[in-house]
Design a binder for this molecule. Structure first.
Ligand SMILES: *Cc1c(COP(=O)(O)O)cnc(C)c1O
Length: 464
């Protein structure tokens, strides 16, 4: 993909006439040259069909003077669905070439694992095993995982923390004996983490599609500039926006919004990336990240593919915890990227103000972005705030932001109270968990994780 970014452009006049599905076809075809048009069409229709609760897939709606790009209409009510509904389809087509079965193995702190389960469930030739830290995810996250349907899924708690579970998964990937036994049965292990390009490419689509929606609404004329503000953790989502710009979308600024873990704000301001600081636990947990793994990709493109330079920076980050880019690269970054951060208190205030003044209920991650966006003066260029999760995924903090007392309330009590307080309705994907059947109650020790994966492969890939 890397070589094609600079050469390919996407025909904006065409984009504006297209449905989301046709735009996904256009963008994926431009970036994934290994796939035929027919294969991509198949993947698009499988990925963005009945599992999204709107045919627009990622609708744009008004937000005061700005616009909200709603990325939470998929099966887990968060934006990772847009990529994780597509990635398994792409993998399934790719594996038809070599005929091997693929077992995805991942550890989750709560959200990504569920998105992976939904994406890989019942995809031919694939299985998925997800480990979560037992007792350390929210009520709703727990139910989302243990109630997962599908004949090729495996979910297990791990006695330990998220880091323990992640270490256990790394150990599985480096267990040569296990991999050998699986290989003899034509099975390979794979991860679905956010540095997989198959997760980035599908995200490029919604930047183009948002532009198309605003042209059709008469907010933009074809060719006009646009700004996007993106709540950022691993830098995947905002990097997809950069890809869209490189492919010809007239993006003026990409605003990188962080919470109190503001490593990226400091980096974009000064050119020095420094992870030597305390990790903060915030109300926007999917952005609680000190090492944004996709930033390396941006630096690669900005340095014209200078691998030696990039690996020296990454080496410094690993060994010393910090690095600084050249003034030339910093000025290139600042040409496209603006930045800012929001504290938890500011984020809550934005949730309250957005609801009271604009009548829109937003989640804690989206509210970080809106807080940052509000600090930039309006100058007539349309601005789109990316909305990465349904407010009902973070009921308790959203309710608290609206000034309601949440002491002693579980997730479902908060869900009821949030419906009452806001006059909105919780998405079915979440409210139906109350009565869903619990299917995966297993819990293992760190040392037992390999056996769980091996058993799952045996069960799922058994051939008659
Ligand atoms: C993952 C996530 C983010 C951050 O996205 P990155 O691609 O890691 O920058 C923001 N909001 C929500 C709700 C997320 O799940």
């Amino acid at each position: 993909m890397s070589d094609q970014l600079g050469e390919n452009t996407i025909d904006l006049a065409q984009v504006v006439q297209n449905s989301y599905h046709a735009n996904a076809q256009l963008v994926l075809s431009a970036l994934l040259s290994d796939y035929t048009e027919e294969e991509i069409a198949h993947c698009v229709s499988e990925a963005y069909g009945r599992k999204f609760d709107t045919s627009a897939v990622t609708p744009v709606t008004p937000l005061g003077h700005d616009w909200l790009l709603e990325l939470f209409h998929g099966p887990t009510c968060a934006f990772k669905d847009v990529a994780l509904q597509m990635l398994p389809q792409l993998m399934s087509v790719a594996r038809e070439g070599d005929g091997r079965d693929v077992m995805i193995v991942t550890a989750t702190s709560g959200d990504t694992g569920k998105a992976a389960l939904e994406g890989f469930a019942d995809v031919p030739g694939c299985g998925v095993t997800v480990f979560y830290p037992d007792g350390k995810v929210s009520d709703i996250q727990y139910l989302q995982m243990v109630c997962q349907e599908g004949s090729n899924v495996c979910v297990s708690g791990v006695r330990g923390t998220f880091d323990d579970a992640q270490t256990g998964v790394k150990r599985i990937f480096s267990d040569e004996a296990l991999r050998g036994r699986l290989a003899s049965r034509n099975t390979v292990l794979s991860s679905a983490n956010s540095i997989n390009v198959g997760r980035l490419v599908p995200q490029v689509t919604y930047y183009f599609d948002a532009y198309a929606q605003l042209v059709r609404r008469g907010v933009l004329t074809l060719g006009d500039p646009i700004d996007f503000c993106v709540p950022t953790g691993n830098f995947g989502d905002v990097l997809a926006g950069y890809f869209a710009k490189r492919l010809g979308l007239p993006v003026r600024k990409l605003i990188v919004a962080s919470n109190s873990n503001k490593v990226l704000t400091d980096f974009i301001t000064t050119g020095t990336y420094d992870r030597r600081r305390d990790f903060m636990k915030t109300i926007s947990p999917s952005m609680d990240i000190l090492v944004s793994s996709n930033l390396e990709r941006l630096l690669y493109y900005l340095s014209d593919g200078d691998c030696a330079y990039i690996s020296s920076l990454m080496g410094q980050l690993q060994d010393e915890g910090h690095y600084s880019v050249t003034p030339e690269i910093l000025s290139q970054i600042q040409e496209t990227f603006a930045c800012g951060f929001a504290t938890d208190a500011e984020t809550k205030e934005t949730i309250r103000a957005t609801f009271e003044q604009d009548g829109v209920l937003i989640d804690t991650h989206t509210a970080v972005a809106r807080t940052v966006l509000n600090r930039f003066p309006e100058d007539g260029t349309p601005r789109v705030c990316l909305s990465t999760a349904s407010p009902y995924k973070f009921c308790s903090d959203v309710l608290d932001a609206l000034g309601k007392d949440t002491t002693g309330m579980n997730d479902f009590a908060c869900m009821d109270a949030l419906e009452k307080a806001s006059g909105t309705v919780a998405p079915k994907q979440l409210s139906s968990l109350r009565t869903a059947e619990k299917r995966h109650l297993g819990v293992c020790d760190i040392s037992g994780m390999g056996a769980v994966v091996e058993d799952a492969c045996t069960r799922i890939f058994a051939r008659s």
